[in-house]
Design a protein around this ligand. Sequence first.
Ligand SMILES: [Zn+2]
Length: 353
Amino acid sequence: MVKGIVVRPGLAGASFDDIEEESSNGRVLVKTLYTGVCGTDREIVAGKLSMTRAERGSRLVLGHEALGKVVDPGNSSFSKDDIVVPMVRRPGGCANCAAGRQDYCTDGDFTEAGIRGKDGFMRESFYEEERFLVKAGTGEAGIEKVLAEPMKNVMKIRESIFGVIGRGLWDSVKGKGAWIFGTGTEGLLIGSVMSSLGMNVMLVNRHGLPEIQQALAASIGAEFFNSSSGNWASGEKKVPMDMVVDAAGAPSIMLDAVRNIRHTGVIVLFGTGGTGMEGKLLGDTIISLVDKNLTVIGCEDGAREHYEQAVDFISENGAKYRLGKLVTGIFQPEDTTVLSAKQQGEVKSVIKW
Ligand SMILES: [Zn+2]
């Protein structure tokens, strides 16, 4: 038996419980070091995420952001004590899934660890196939590497941006302005990557920047704009709005972006926190999209290469951008309260196993 955090899909609550141990089948045995807690976990624990389903029976092991250490490499090419990040999404049967791009799955027939149809990583240890583990070092692991899973989304955003900027005849992103809506973990990770590309970064939210985020904004060299001020012109004097990456999901942000972004601008939609919110799509919004030759990209998840790029980025830039500071709280697995509510001053809460 190992201990882990289990939920019953569709029902509220989470418990720290015994989990029956799996058989190895030649797979890699990984000891969990850290698991990150995000909004998706909390929606599952609140019983509100309708896509949630168990792998077998009625229980699902929670957790999709993880960092672990190889205990037994099984039949793999890993070595004992390798540090690894497990991938979340597992391929279904479509052509993109077969090509290793389950992040672009066309029929929805995939599973996601800790979310739908596959047990997650909030447990003392787990067995995993080699192809779903990404090496993140050997020996000691810096806690900032637990950010590799949320960071892999940013690497796909980067790939998507480079896939479309030629349309607007951009020769480079260097020197351009990137406005990042949302100042949580994803917003700050996006800001650090855009900054590393030589972009001028503006972090945006509707309520002001808490102290801890101010320090992180300073370390990535970002400006801050409070959108509730409505004074867009003053913000754009500091950082031109050539690109918008939305990590929030409120429809009003999309409309603000279309209204204020420069010609040939690129808008990347990543956040999904806007369920139930309304925004008014006017003919004028469409005219702006057309008239300014804007490009709007929806972007989610990432492939193996994005996990690898995320690990590399954190290794190379983690200290420079102080990414470890994003971890604002470390919790014991027995203390499941962290799964119910956002903590005071939280950027990223992490469970230590
Ligand atoms: Zn597929």
